[in-house]
Design a protein around this ligand. Structure first.
Ligand SMILES: Nc1nc2c(c(=O)[nH]1)N[C@H]1C(S)=C(S)[C@@H](COP(=O)(O)OP(=O)(O)OC[C@H]3O[C@@H](n4cnc5c(=O)[nH]c(N)nc54)[C@H](O)[C@@H]3O)O[C@H]1N2
Ligand SMILES: Nc1nc2c(c(=O)[nH]1)N[C@H]1C(S)=C(S)[C@@H](COP(=O)(O)OP(=O)(O)OC[C@H]3O[C@@H](n4cnc5c(=O)[nH]c(N)nc54)[C@H](O)[C@@H]3O)O[C@H]1N2
Ligand code: SF4
Ligand SMILES: [Mo]
Length: 679
């Protein structure tokens, strides 16, 4: 007999779907255990955001959870880290935890807490297994990890202008009459926005996509502005100049809700149509029409993604774009404004989450983008504990990251659900539970519902939640901090212990009973209609954003810009283990090259190219296509290196360069040389 359960998707995706998961009893061939297992995933038809569908990737989650190579028991390395095929032996949890704790104790006593680094990201968005799991490390005083690999440039840029990150409600998007999808491949990365876009279009809205290549979203849009990478601030300033010149600004909104208008006006002044067109690679007519549409259509809704932030001046680029609605006054129109993230709406009491109260001002810190540097012997690390992330593949300068992980004098402990390339380089692989096997609480960065999942299936083999592992290590290390030993019930009680009106009526009991609970927002939620949660209480237009060309300019050595945005059928590297999703993406990674570049660099459809940057070299199969512009190549997806012809991650090419604001990643800033190659 099968049964269906409703659970929140834990993955790093704005949609935080309510999934309908079918469970069936049977024997687990891997363990001989007889229990229920996941057999099917769809979307909850009754959830207002999920609307009955899950994405093209997560419908395959059962194959991932039931994968024959999923680690189910603690494993200890027996061979060398440099072996082509890693070898591990199964050990008991007692053995693994006792040995790891003893080695951490030795490091703490001899070299201090700064010799141990926790390394993690958003493999699960759960507040318990994703965030609260850091408590042990804060109790021990190990370095803070600056979580910069994805959103920090965007967050810093947004908070400069607006303070807290709010977004208009999804159901209001249908009221917009102009929709700009700017640096976001939303049909792939935010797929539950699509029904709202389609509804708006049916009511007459026009949809414009601003992106350097024709991705799925650009193909769906009514118009595609194929912008030169890294020039969004120029386009935004060019639009602003038209708004000022033609009197399309909302002067009442500007006077009441903003500060710094004169500085912004001055910054926009020189961005004539001609200069804007020249800088962005668009035509004068395209810029003029775009500015006219924004200037004269209310409400205009701009959905920005993180794409434009992954450049050297990505913070300024996003800041310029997101300030447009402060000039048009769109924040006062239902369905208007701009959306980056809705995270700020979840007003949970986070004072003790992840041991935040334990952080001292003298803690050192490591920027996670600079992991390759942190793993250099001279940086002094003796142990690295990795959870919820796959840095051997996803972090920049991955050749150096992998070399660092291979150091014999570095203890590498990896908590994982899959035998990732990071796990393959570990001294210990500790088997982790999935979202169906542990309880957790979920916010969202794309909507306004809190989700709670109970532990629904028994853990297969000896898989354990991250927090269980860290509590066991904490006991062995003598850590008495109470927050380390919280249960999920303690977490719910603490996080919901607040008087904030958005959480009024949201109790642990209700969350457990209903599973998905909307925040208690006003019916006409118009964030920033009257100002912002900044120091001045206003939307801050000063310091004015500016366009700057990157230091890593294209030149004769590196004449092509490489973008490496997400793939439709992957979620970062999470699904890289599944053959069928690899096949759906073309079986191996392809580099998209414009016909003109293909001619110039003597590349052929279906042949191989060598891609070389300042940091490394990889080989990839070529697809010749006019979806991109000359001088811009695209490789979709952070594939496992194991799926590539040369066994290498695309991040062998990317740099640790940080963004202008927020110390973020610059994955789309890569410059390369293309030459023909033999496989
Ligand atoms: N299917 C799928 N969904 C995902 C993910 C996934 O891997 N696969 N990953 C999840 C995660 S962690 C994240 S952060 C989000 C990211 O989702 P997005 O924000 O959509 O992804 P980005 O990498 O930021 O790239 C988005 C687009 O920005 C474009 N871009 C690059 N440079 C520029 C530029 O200078 N200007 C402009 N205007 N556009 C530019 C790229 O060509 C790309 O089409 O998606 C989440 N959802
Ligand atoms: N070139 C290039 N590189 C990129 C990007 C890009 O666009 N281009 N995107 C960047 C972005 S936006 C991001 S967010 C990062 C994402 O990169 P990662 O943070 O590495 O995300 P995933 O690749 O999805 O890997 C998450 C891992 O967490 C594990 N996991 C999930 N749940 C749990 C759990 O409960 N416990 C434990 N122990 N493990 C768990 C999964 O098995 C998976 O292997 O990649 C970045 N790297
Ligand atoms: S990955 Fe995103 S779109 Fe797919 S099921 Fe999960 S939350 Fe929904
Ligand atoms: Mo991300």
């Amino acid at each position: 007999m099968t049964r269906d359960v409703l659970l929140t998707c834990p993955l790093d995706c704005p949609d935080a779907c309510r999934l309908k998961i079918t469970l069936a009893p049977g024997e687990d061939a891997r363990t001989g255990q007889y229990s229920e297992r996941m057999v099917k995933v769809t979307g909850d038809p009754d959830h207002p955001v999920t609307r009955g569908f899950a994405c093209a990737k997560t419908v395959h989650y059962p194959a991932r959870a039931n994968h024959p190579q999923r680690p189910l028991y603690p494993l200890r390395r027996v061979g060398q880290k440099t072996d082509a095929e890693p070898r591990f032996e199964r050990v008991t949890w007692e053995e693994a935890l006792d040995d790891i704790a003893a080695r951490l104790r030795t490091l703490l006593d001899s070299r201090g807490p700064q010799s141990i680094l926790r390394y993690h990201y958003a493999g699960t968005m759960g507040l318990m297994e994703g965030h609260h799991a850091h408590t042990l490390w804060r109790a021990l005083g190990t370095p803070e990890l600056e979580e910069t690999i994805c959103a920090s440039a965007g967050t810093a840029a947004w908070s400069l202008g607006y303070g807290t990150r709010y977004a208009p409600a999804l159901q209001d998007v249908q009221h917009a009459r102009l929709i700009v999808l700017w640096g976001i491949n939303s049909l792939s990365t935010n797929s539950h926005l699509t029904p709202h876009l389609t509804a708006a279009r049916k009511s007459g809205a026009k949809i414009v996509c601003v992106d350097p290549y024709r991705n799925r979203t650009a193909a769906y849009a009514d118009q595609h502005l194929k912008i030169r990478p890294g020039t969004d601030a120029a386009l935004a300033l060019g639009v602003m100049r038209e708004l000022f010149v033609n009197g399309w600004t909302d002067n009442d909104y500007i006077a009441q809700a903003t500060t710094g208008i004169e500085e912004l006006r001055e910054a926009a002044q020189d961005w004539t149509l001609g200069r804007t067109a020249e800088t962005t690679g668009l035509s004068v007519e395209e810029v003029r029409e775009f500015a006219h549409a924004i200037g004269t259509t209310r409400p205009t809704y701009i959905r920005v993604g993180y794409g434009m932030t992954r450049h050297e001046h990505g913070g300024n680029n996003l800041r310029a774009v997101t300030l447009i609605p402060a000039l048009t006054g769109d924040w006062r129109h239902k369905g208007g404004g701009c959306a980056l993230s809705s995270s700020g709406t979840f007003k949970l009491n986070r004072t003790h989450l992840g041991g935040a109260h334990l952080v001292q001002s003298d803690f050192s810190s490591v920027n996670m983008v600079e992991l390759a540097n942190a793993l250099e012997p001279a940086a002094g690390l003796g142990a690295l504990v990795v959870y919820n992330t796959n840095p051997a593949v996803v972090a920049p300068e991955s050749d150096r990251v992998q070399a660092g992980l291979q150091r014999d004098d570095l203890l590498v402990v990896v908590l994982e659900q899959a035998m990732t390339e990071t796990a393959r380089l570990a001294d210990y692989v500790l088997p982790a539970t999935t979202f169906v096997e542990h309880a957790d609480l979920y916010t969202s960065y794309g909507h306004h519902y809190l989700g709670y999942n109970p532990a629904t299936l028994p853990a297969p083999g000896e898989c354990r939640p991250n927090t269980w592992v860290f509590q066991e290590l904490g006991r062995r290390l003598g850590v008495t901090e109470p927050a380390l030993y919280w249960t999920v019930d303690d977490l719910l009680k603490n996080l919901l212990n607040t008087d904030h009106p958005f959480l009024q009526g949201v109790t642990p009991e209700r969350l457990k009973a209903e599973g998905s609970v909307p925040l208690n927002l006003p019916g006409d939620f118009l964030p920033y209609a009257d100002g912002a949660e900044t120091g001045s209480g206003k939307v801050q237009l000063s310091p004015a954003p500016h366009h700057r060309e990157p230091h890593a300019e294209l030149n004769d050595h590196f004449p092509v810009r490489l973008l490496t945005p997400p793939a439709h059928h992957f979620l970062n590297s999470t699904y890289g283990v599944l053959e069928n999703l690899n096949r759906a993406e073309g079986t191996e990674p392809h580099v998209l090259v414009h016909p003109q570049d293909a001619r110039q660099y003597q590349l052929h459809e279906g042949g191989y190219a060598s891609l070389q940057s300042e940091y490394g070299r990889v080989q990839r199969r070529v697809r010749v296509t006019d979806t991109t512009n000359p001088g811009t190549a695209v490789l979709e997806g952070t594939w496992w290196g194991l799926s590539a012809p040369d066994g290498k991650s695309i991040n062998a090419l990317t740099a640790q360069t940080l963004t202008d604001l927020g110390g973020g990643s610059t994955f789309h800033n890569t410059r390369i040389k293309l030459t023909p190659a033999q496989p």
